[in-house]
Write a protein that binds this ligand. Sequence first.
Ligand code: ADP
Ligand code: MG
Length: 303
Amino acid sequence: MLQVINISFGYKNALVLNNISFNVNAGEHVSIIGESGSGKSTLLKLIYGEFDLNNGQIFWNNIEVLGPKYNLIAGPEFMKYVAQEFDLMPYKTVEENIGEFLSNFYLNEKQKRINELLEVVELSSFSKTKVKLLSGGQKQRVALARAIAKQPEIILLDEPFSHIDNFKKQSLRRNLFSFLKNKNISCVVATHDKDDVLSYADSIIALDNGRVMAKDTPRNLFNNPKNSLIASFFGEYNVINGEIVYAHQLKIVSKSNLKAAVRHSYFNGTYYLIEVNFKGKSIFIENVCEINQDDIIHFEIFK
Ligand code: ADP
Ligand code: MG
């Protein structure tokens, strides 16, 4: 189990993270969410031992993770970290990169393992390609495969799919996260993408102003967003009479007390997002079809 106990840290005087505590069980998947600059990457780097803490302690089981004052090389053996800026060996092939940390003692086993990892990140046909010839997204996939090659006990992933296009993202998420679950590898994922979280995370930690602002399951946070910041992470939302209401919780009906004028219809694939003027404020409503500008509509809240 990972234990983050009352940690505080600042690069200079101001604290970036202030008294953060949480645990991650073996095999558990925890997502760290928060706005850009909220300290997600810093938190992962601290867990990896890249910086010395101002306060607090971090343990994996009974082993304390220590910063550079006590450890020349960051990153304990049982932990892997894939940074936002991944570093690979550009002049080596994809499979050489993935196999870098694997033992050469049993070459057949090594090759089998590399092939399995190539499948997880869907790069089998690029095994002999030099990494410098790959796209950003492909390089990110090599970095992910390399990090799980030796099956760490815990892996820290910083925006793991940020360079990967939508064509590949969905299947890659399923492959990687089910690989980690099957092997009982704990993971801590910093992300600003709800699709990395909703189907996969066991729990979410939301950071705001250097503090843990919320900690709960994806379902609870989604169903009861306690503030606008949480709601905005999950999707389009409105504040109506002080209450947070997602766009999909509003329905256009033929008659109701709530009346508004249409400003714009945005095509969204499976639905249209209708922007209406309600008491001088924009409200967003999901609807099956588009509606002409200036039409008057009625809507109701269905929660
Ligand atoms: P996030 O990953 O959530 O976007 P970061 O952890 O990267 O946030 O950054 C948190 C804060 O720390 C930001 O204000 C950022 O400017 C600052 N910061 C990040 N890295 C450094 C650094 N190496 N030196 C000084 N300040 C930094
Ligand atoms: Mg970051």
